[in-house]
Design a protein around this ligand. Sequence first.
Ligand SMILES: NC(=O)c1ccc[n+]([C@@H]2O[C@H](COP(=O)([O-])OP(=O)(O)OC[C@H]3O[C@@H](n4cnc5c(N)ncnc54)[C@H](OP(=O)(O)O)[C@@H]3O)[C@@H](O)[C@H]2O)c1
Length: 282
Amino acid sequence: MLILGKEVAAKTLEKITENTIEFEKKYSRKPTLAVIIVGDDPASQTYVKNKINGCKQVGFNSLSYEYENGTPEDEIVAKIKELADDRNVDGILVQLPLPKGYNEQRILANIPDSKDVDGFNASNIGCLCLNRPRTVSCTPLGVMHMLESTGIDLAGKNAVVLGRSNTVGKPMAMLLLNANCTVTVCHSKTVNMSQFTKNADILVVAIGKPKFVTADMVKDGAIVIDVGINRVDGKLCGDVDFENVEKKASYISPVPGGVGPMTISMLLYNTLMSAIARENEQ
Ligand SMILES: NC(=O)c1ccc[n+]([C@@H]2O[C@H](COP(=O)([O-])OP(=O)(O)OC[C@H]3O[C@@H](n4cnc5c(N)ncnc54)[C@H](OP(=O)(O)O)[C@@H]3O)[C@@H](O)[C@H]2O)c1
């Protein structure tokens, strides 16, 4: 069966829209997301455009700041600090990856935890590791919503995550561990990866290699979530050989229409949560 992220995301967006109307009535302002993009990478520009459109769709304000590649890091940091002090801004997002030469960690460290709607800050990641999640990284959070949409109890399942990036693989593994799965993380130095993937009840793939996971690597009846976004001959495809793996999997997410729409809906969810939390603090 297909797990269609776009359908799960549509339901989330409906709820966010309803809650945004309530928020505006109560606080006489809209939740506001500020997005910073550096350079002219076409994929990043598309992602930013989709995030801004998402804001419009649910009734948020959005602010976007575009910087040329080569803009001094201090100028970007100064803008983040200004947004951090602006009481009408609820979320600050720096579109990653930044062009080569920028110190991503130094730049991101200037986003206050309460406005880190991407959930990338060390303290938000630390809270996730302690199983006291605050703001959780949008893509892995979206994957959890997709898994929950199957209604299958995750406790005790063997979950294998391919990829260990700070933004996807690691928080994904933590979320699955917090959901009582037995978790294995594979990466580029993993030897004989199939021995792990063949044992996976849940397989989440986030490596950025088109059609890397083939049917012989997958257990019969596994749930397969494909996070990968690759462009081959002008067409989007995931990290999973969808056509063949679909025949073995009990559930599988397609690309496009799978994890991608979930990521944006979770970003908007995190922004709304941040807006509500900040109003409650005042
Ligand atoms: N759908 C969405 O909304 C969404 C959001 C974010 C990312 N993505 C997509 O998800 C994919 C992964 O993104 P990312 O940001 O996590 O990428 P990343 O930072 O490049 O990390 C890739 C990870 O995959 C591992 N890897 C690379 N080649 C491998 C191989 N041959 N075998 C095993 N592991 C391998 C790397 O291992 P090492 O650590 O050993 O180098 C690394 O941990 C990309 O296609 C990206 O476009 C999609």
